[in-house]
Design a protein. Sequence first.
Length: 294
Amino acid sequence: MPNPISFERIASRAAFETEPPKHLYHYTDLEGVEGILSSKSLWMSKFTASNDISEITLAISQFQNFVESRVAALEAEEASFLHEAASQLDGFRRTNICLASFCEQPDLLSQWRSYGNDGRGIALGFDARVLQDLAQRYSLKLWRCVYDRATHVKVSNDLLTMLLESFRAVKPKGAEERREIIGQFNATFLRVAPVIKDHRFAEESEWRLISSPIAFDHPRMIAVFASNHASVKLNLPLAPDEREVTNVISRVVIGPTPLDPQNVADAIAVLSRRNGFRIADIGFSGIPYRRTAL
């Protein structure tokens, strides 16, 4: 019998696998905008390089706690298997799952502060329909983050049920078969984990492009070294043909604190047209926010 481990079997996936709004906004600094428009690509970061690694450990700790609450009612062999699977999740750093983050809001102060160079950056408005097409082409998932505890519990319960049903269906006879089931579960769990976020970040209304586990020798995997920081990223082409004109980025919002926002708008217009982006709307933040002088 085939191993029944797949995110499609998560009954609560409708909470994160849903239709996005018309635009999703990627906040970045001016250097990031130049890189995206010039290369016609978006760099997705390995999930261990996110700003807050607790975003992954939150989902893991919730699932491990959920396992502890359930094992007392199970047979010893099943309980042992669940404990083994839950503990293996602590090795998540070995898995290359890459992310790119987006926000539903085009002009959100917390995003400017955290990702838009303290208001001097840009919010790139991606056409969600085109983004979904790219996700399908490159075997990515575009999922909405979930913030409420009740949904977290449902997802944990669905994952545990799926894992237990797989164990019962396969009835692994040795360590190798157990490792195979656990490996498949880890890959599924860690792909879903990035959508589990603390309720205190709900204002972000975040969406994420999420890859499946990627091998280090994948042709689009790259290593980035900057100053004393190193990271692993996945290069996502924004147009299958580099010569193609694309409307994947159809809106731009310039942050609230650049020295000369009109010059920034003019530079983006030149760079986007030169590189085949059809951006219909370049606007400006309406937030009355000014950086504190250093």
